[in-house]
Design a protein around this ligand. Sequence first.
Ligand code: SF4
Ligand code: SF4
Length: 319
Amino acid sequence: MHDTLPLLNNGKFPRIYRGKVETLQINLGYLCNQACLHCHVNAGPTRKEQMTLDTIEEIVQLIDNVKPKMVDLTGGAPELNVHFKYLVTQITKRRISIIDRCNLTILSEPGQEDLTQFLSKHKVIVTASLPCYSEENVNSQRGDGVFERSIDGLRQLNGAGYGKGNPDLQLHLVYNPIGASLPPPQKTLEKEYKQHLSENYDVSFDSLLTITNMPIKRFGSTLISRGEFGSYLQLLESSYQEKNLASVMCKTLLSIDWEGYVYDCDFNQMLGLPFGDTEKKIHVRDLKMGELDGNPIAVRDHCFGCTAGNGSSCSGAMQ
Ligand code: SF4
Ligand code: SF4
């Protein structure tokens, strides 16, 4: 594996600027019970980075200042942060929607027995990765036994009322391609997923989000090892669709790392590209509200991953 990947900038990605912030995406740490091949965070069971309670309090202050519509909790497995429930409770009190980016297997980890009930009580939207509906493909990408445990997780969530069309108990699945290709059309794949999972496993979900793999971190290293890095970047760039530019998530989102530093998006966070295309990282406590609207966004070649084909964001395809 390559620890350091090239941060490429051919200068062809258009300049873009932030609009009004509607979503705060918070990375609670890199600890995860899985170590998936496509992980753009390099998360895993041996990672130690975890957001502290002090930083969480600073973020709650930021939430009060920004008043976002949505707070999106990610990791690693965000639920493994010991302050996860405290933060969810603080956000719920403010009547702001919450997404938990859940890997499904966390629901059957020791010590997480009450997690499903906690999520449903707080009406947390569960967005769960299931990169394929085939057992073989999921296990090859995410590890042996992950598919079966993911189905168990879906059953638990369905049992609590998730994934059955209730807007208070939303369950979305996330698909990403196994290899160096773009995702297929979201609606077509959603239909196939729903049919297959219902007929074979008797589980349901609300919608499928297709996400393009970013050529960074573990997935980028895998591409380099396979000699596919350059051709994948070329594919992303040649599949550029201008109409996707209006919907790239960085225009309405702020991403915060486990130490409380701010970035234009989760991918830039992983690349260490500071917020606002500046040299120096900015901490949430030093963020000036006036600096948000109209601020330039740090774009590099990986940004073509957001605009390629049907477009890709944390909410799935754009078209
Ligand atoms: S992709 Fe998700 S579940 Fe897999 S290692 Fe990364 S954070 Fe964990
Ligand atoms: S990678 Fe990040 S900064 Fe680049 S276009 Fe996508 S969301 Fe915006």
